[in-house]
Every structure is written in structure tokens, then in C-alpha cells.
Design a protein around this ligand. Structure first.
Ligand code: ADP
Length: 190
């Protein structure tokens, strides 16, 4: 199986690049952000609980997102591979993911980490916020909180995957197709 973690701060372009990769490599896209927004739209208890945290730019509890990913893995027994987008975001999530995949006799193939500096992230997210309808894209204070959550809890996961020799860092500035090309090169070399 080809199991990729697409990694990077909010606004790095993970969603955009995931959509290109799922077509090219025939993978199932698992975005915890999208799944959570689906729960909110459906008005579930989980969604209502998550919304307050998400609107502030805080992370949702580990056990919630780990449970979501676990059931998505179970629901896709014939997948050729997965792209994890926005997951894992904490050390506990990364460990849980390794265990879930090991139970299925597979593992993460690579972490592709998109690098974009903070100023550009803020610019992109505010621009997206004009149309996304996302509360967490609307003001700079919330965006700054998301970036801070990323720097404190999520960025250290690069070390986790580097220790397994699975980390590749890719410049996330440039045209969408140039960045896609660089991602393809890394994946094709796995
Ligand atoms: P972005 O990466 O642009 O911030 P996402 O759509 O990935 O956006 O996530 C939006 C919000 O959903 C996060 O700020 C967080 O509140 C919640 N969330 C998504 N994935 C996770 C996760 N793996 N762990 C905890 N919270 C998450």
C-alpha cells in the first residue's frame, strides 16, 4: 500500500495537493478537517462539540480524531492506499496511526511536508476566508492561534517521521502544478 501523510501548517496547500494526488495514485483521501466539518454540517453531537474548538482554532481531542480515522480505515478495506491530510497533528495521534496501520499489516510510506512561511499562510487563509464560510479563516487572531497550535503540537511530528527515515520537505511556494511535480518526484522515488 501507499500511505502518505501530507503535512504542513494551515494554509500550506494540503487540501489542494491531496486532490491531485488521489487521482494520480488512486488513493483514499482522509482529511480530519473535512470529516469534522461534515459532522458539523450533519448536526451530530460530535460535530457540535468540535465546532466550538475549531472556531477558536484549537485542536479537537485526540481520542475523537483517532476514532474517526480508525473507522474510516475499517470502512475502506480494499483501498490501495491513503492520504492523511491534517492527521496526525499530535504525538499521540502519530503513535495511534502507526498502531492502526500495523494492525492492518501496513505502515506509513512517507511524510510529505509542505514548507510555507507564516506571512504567506496568513495571507492565503484570509483570502480563503472571503469565500470559505469557515469561522476559523475569518480573523487574524484565530489564524495566529492555529499557526501556534501547529508550531507547538504538530510541527514536532517531523522528528517522529524523520526518525523512521520517512520525512521529505517540499517548498510549498510556487505554482500548484510545480508543487505537485515535486511531490510526484518524491512519491515515485519511494
Ligand atoms: P487547516 O489545516 O487549514 O487548519 P483543517 O481543515 O485541517 O484546516 O482543520 C480545521 C480544524 O479542525 C483544526 O483547526 C482543528 O480544530 C480541527 N482538526 C482537524 N484535524 C485535527 C486533528 N487531527 N486533531 C485535532 N484537531 C483537528
Amino acid at each position: 500500500m501507499l500511505n502518505l501523510v501530507l503535512f504542513g501548517p494551515p494554509g500550506a496547500g494540503k487540501g489542494t495537493q491531496s486532490n491531485l494526488l488521489i487521482d494520480k495514485y488512486n488513493l483514499v483521501h482522509l482529511s480530519t478537517g473535512d470529516i469534522l466539518r461534515g459532522e458539523i454540517a450533519a448536526g451530530t453531537a460530535l460535530g457540535m462539540k468540535a465546532k466550538t474548538l475549531m472556531d477558536r482554532g484549537d485542536l479537537v481531542p485526540d481520542e475523537v480524531v483517532i476514532g474517526m480515522i480508525s473507522s474510516k480505515l475499517d470502512n475502506n478495506p480494499t483501498a490501495k492506499g491513503f492520504i492523511f491530510d491534517g492527521f496526525p497533528r499530535t504525538a499521540a495521534q502519530a503513535t495511534a496511526l502507526d498502531n492502526l496501520l500495523a494492525e492492518k499489516g501496513t505502515a506509513i510510506s512517507a511524510m510529505l511536508s509542505l514548507k510555507v512561511e507564516d506571512e504567506e499562510l496568513i495571507r492565503r487563509l484570509l483570502e480563503r476566508g472571503k469565500n470559505s464560510g469557515r469561522e476559523d479563516d475569518k480573523n487574524e487572531e484565530i489564524i495566529a492561534n492555529r499557526i501556534q497550535e501547529y508550531n507547538n503540537k504538530t510541527a514536532p511530528l517531523k522528528e517522529f517521521y524523520a526518525a523512521q527515515n520517512k520525512l521529505s520537505e517540499i517548498e510549498g511556494i510556487g505554482s500548484i502544478s510545480d508543487i505537485a511535480e515535486k511531490l510526484n518526484e518524491v512519491i515515485d522515488s519511494i
